[in-house]
Ligand binder design. Structure first.
Ligand code: SAM
Length: 318
């Protein structure tokens, strides 16, 4: 049906994200020894402003996530919504920052692919087996469960089933929980994302939600971004072109979250450790600085908190 076609186009976006990250890693923007197992060397170059944009996106998410994990002394859970081929679990393991349990959710088709890659690449499977107490991993249909890492093939728009499956795999609603949606809500209708956001705030007492996506799309540049995505038949159900930094924040505040912060990615870029920014700006020459500015002003990161346990997560900042 047309729904399946639309979902298929959305699923293909996970490759786009990983191809771009893979290329930036190959150019030394940041280190990720695991991404090579998900995408072979990309044969297409990406423009310098794209690479810098991905650098800011990955750094920003890592900074906020690591701060949350440290504030809770790793006594927490992470739920990566629409995780695609993300490699964060392996990074956290290497940096001794593994939460009690790390969950990933994506469409069954993506999850099956990821499980296959994990099973067949020892550098990916080793950390999962090492942190697992029994000798066999539970693989059921389109999910895989271990003590510290669980991946679930499940549509994010069906919350009752999602909750049931998370519980089956040991979700503890009493533990501080970080939810991440990196370029995901934009593919879900505003109503469905609001439900997801509300479900999270009502399920966990101490929690943070990190959302990364497009913003300020009403101008010419924003229109071109949307047209480019639509040309690839992407179902941008959640692109509300009127979203501003303010409405991004309100979306959380109106759905049960106590505090919310937003920054456009240009502001984030300027707030990142400047020594590292200088390093990456030397990797590739970027002629037109305005290009980067324009691009990054159309993406934002929003992080909302609810802190009944007084862990100080409300103070997390760049
Ligand atoms: N978060 C990853 C990253 O940043 O590298 C992947 C981002 S990719 C642009 C969007 C991901 O969201 C895809 O893997 C897609 O399959 C997933 N996704 C979109 N809508 C979804 C839904 N309704 N249920 C489950 N996953 C969904």
């Amino acid at each position: 049906g047309s729904d399946d076609t639309a979902d298929e186009a959305v699923r293909s976006t996970c490759d786009d994200a990983t191809v771009c990250k893979r290329f930036a890693v190959s150019m030394n923007y940041w280190k990720d020894p695991y991404i090579q197992y998900f995408i072979k060397q990309p044969n297409e170059r990406k423009a310098p402003e794209i690479n810098r944009g991905y650098y800011a996106r990955v750094k920003a998410v890592n900074i906020l996530m690591d701060a949350f994990i440290k504030k809770t002394s790793c006594n927490c859970q992470v739920i990566n919504l629409g995780a695609g081929l993300d490699t964060t679990f392996w990074r956290l393991k290497d940096q001794n920052l593994l939460p009690k349990k790390y969950f990933e959710i994506d469409f069954p088709m993506i999850v099956l692919r990821k499980i296959h890659l994990i099973k067949t690449k020892p550098p990916l499977s080793k950390p999962i087996i090492e942190t697992h107490s029994s000798s066999s991993l539970l693989i059921d249909g389109c999910s895989m469960d271990s003590d510290r890492y669980t991946i679930i093939g499940q549509d994010l728009r069906d919350l009752p089933v999602l909750m049931e499956r998370l519980k089956k795999f040991g979700l503890n609603t009493k533990l501080p929980t970080l939810l991440l949606a990196e370029c995901v809500l934009v593919y879900i209708t505003p109503e469905k994302s609001a439900e997801l956001i509300k479900w999270a705030s009502s399920t966990f007492n101490t929690t943070m939600f990190i959302n990364y996506e497009q913003v300020n799309m009403t101008d010419r540049f924003g229109q071109v971004m949307i047209e480019n995505l639509q040309r690839r038949q992407c179902n941008l159900a959640g692109v509300d072109i009127c979203q501003t930094l303010e409405t991004q924040k309100d979306r959380f505040l109106l759905n049960g979250w106590d505090h919310a912060n937003t920054m456009d990615m240009m502001t984030v870029y300027n707030s990142l450790p400047q020594a590292d920014i200088q390093r990456i700006e030397h990797l590739e020459f970027l002629d037109e600085k305005e290009l980067l500015q324009q691009l990054l002003q159309h993406y934002c990161i929003c992080w909302a908190t609810k802190d009944s346990g007084d862990f100080g997560i409300r103070d997390i900042m760049f």
